[in-house]
Design a protein around this ligand. Sequence first.
Ligand code: GSH
Length: 222
Amino acid sequence: MLNLHHLNNSRSFRILWLLEELELDYKLTSYERTKSYLAPESLKKVHPLGHTPVLEVDGRALAESGFIIEYLLRHYDTDHQFKPADDNETAWENYTFWMHFAEASAMPPLVMRLVFSKVVERSPMLIKPISKGIRKQVEDGMIDNNIMNNLNLMEHHLQDNHWFAGETFSAADIQMYIVVAASNARAGMDRVRFANLLNWLKRCQERPAFKRAEEKGGTPKF
Ligand SMILES: N[C@@H](CCC(=O)N[C@@H](CS)C(=O)NCC(=O)O)C(=O)O
């Protein structure tokens, strides 16, 4: 029996969506973020990290979205519907690169941006102008250029590829969705400069499995 521990507005949407693409039977255990935008303490009883996603498989708690995706594909996608076969070299390389890129390069600056916005939000009125100034300095110097470089790389790839692995939809698109949706939050991405990325986002959202995941776990907002 599969039991997905899911937190609203979080990476666990990836697993929910993949479970729907694979049309598997599973239980969904949902949590709401606390006022501090963290996971509730009770999640530490499920997995020592206290993060989501966590997928319980026969009582074993699996963490890390990339690992959970690979686990599900290894066991339930034996005909390679959502992962290129090993002999499809280009698609395999694309798939593997973007799977790693999502958590290793793209998420860190987005999380930093989120943390600094929370610092400003929670600063007492009197020191808000100071915390805003610090946020601006860090964003201008360390965060925004990283986010922009990453977006340019993704946009460039999608100029020649319909999906991240190439011609066909794969779990790399699921892993990357949170990255692009979070990048598009706040001011939103430039419609002309990032036209391919925005079209790709729409293609993801139109998938029936994506819509079913939304109905069950809410639309992820960042
Ligand atoms: N690299 C991990 C990141 C896990 C993670 O940080 N999850 C966030 C949700 S997006 C979380 O649970 N945050 C709540 C908290 O830290 O309390 C993955 O891809 O699964």
